[in-house]
Design a binder for this molecule. Structure first.
Ligand SMILES: [Fe+2]
Length: 218
């Protein structure tokens, strides 16, 4: 299935420039005025967050992009959701060869993990891994995350390049009132960082669509 169009560009880039501003105004005025014509601005790195306790001990036999099917089983609960985006480096170049992994709880807030009693619905795959395409794009089929144990709804996510882990983070739902009560979400002090990890889950014809662009340093 062709991937839907991604956002034209990631414009979350300001803080690095702003952080340099005080110095730049005095000593390096060229930096204050941003990149020269023809030179793209550096993109802001996607913030990292803790891995949490429920990364799979053993990957499920089926760990493809569709978390709503596990082998022959179909998961019928929750709100079906597309999670997609592009993985780039700070210069905006697609990170070819990267893999994206996600894991999350089922509609009852349970993980496939012994630390959570292995009580997740067996029809829910719970974990998925995809390789990005030539443009650095990835896409998963999963469910809108739900709250559990005081946590705001979130999807755990990793980016790997070969055996190297480039990023571990969590994706939050924009407009979700529980975000404000989530210790981990609240620990993100910078507004731009919060915005980077908190994305709209918008209605589409077959569920919800969440776009999560990822910027990592290779
Ligand atoms: Fe979690």
């Amino acid at each position: 299935m062709p991937l839907p169009a991604l956002p034209a560009s990631n414009t979350r880039r300001g803080a690095l420039q702003h952080g340099l501003a005080a110095t730049a105004l005095v000593a390096l005025p060229a930096l204050w005025f941003g990149p020269r014509a023809g030179q793209p601005a550096e993109r802001r790195l996607t913030p990292s967050q803790t891995e949490g306790p429920y990364y799979p001990v053993r990957l499920p036999d089926d760990h493809d992009a569709d978390l709503l099917r596990s082998g022959a089983r179909r998961y019928q609960h929750g709100q079906p959701t597309w999670l997609e985006g592009q993985v780039t480096d700070p210069a905006g170049q697609p990170l070819r060869g990267a893999a994206v992994e996600i894991w999350q709880c089922d509609h009852n807030g349970r993980y496939h993990h012994p630390g959570d009693g292995n009580q997740a619905d067996p029809d829910f795959q719970g974990f998925g891994r995809v390789s990005v395409d030539a443009q650095g794009r990835y896409r998963f089929r999963t469910l809108r995350p739900v709250t559990y144990g005081g946590r705001a709804p979130h999807i755990h996510l990793k980016v790997k390049l070969g055996s190297r882990e480039l990023l571990t983070t969590q994706v939050y739902v924009q407009g979700e009132p529980r975000n404000e009560r989530d210790m981990l979400w609240r620990s993100i002090r910078n507004e731009a960082d919060r915005a980077a990890l908190t994305v709209p889950f918008e209605p589409v014809s077959d569920g919800l669509l969440a776009r999560f662009p990822i910027v990592v340093a290779a």
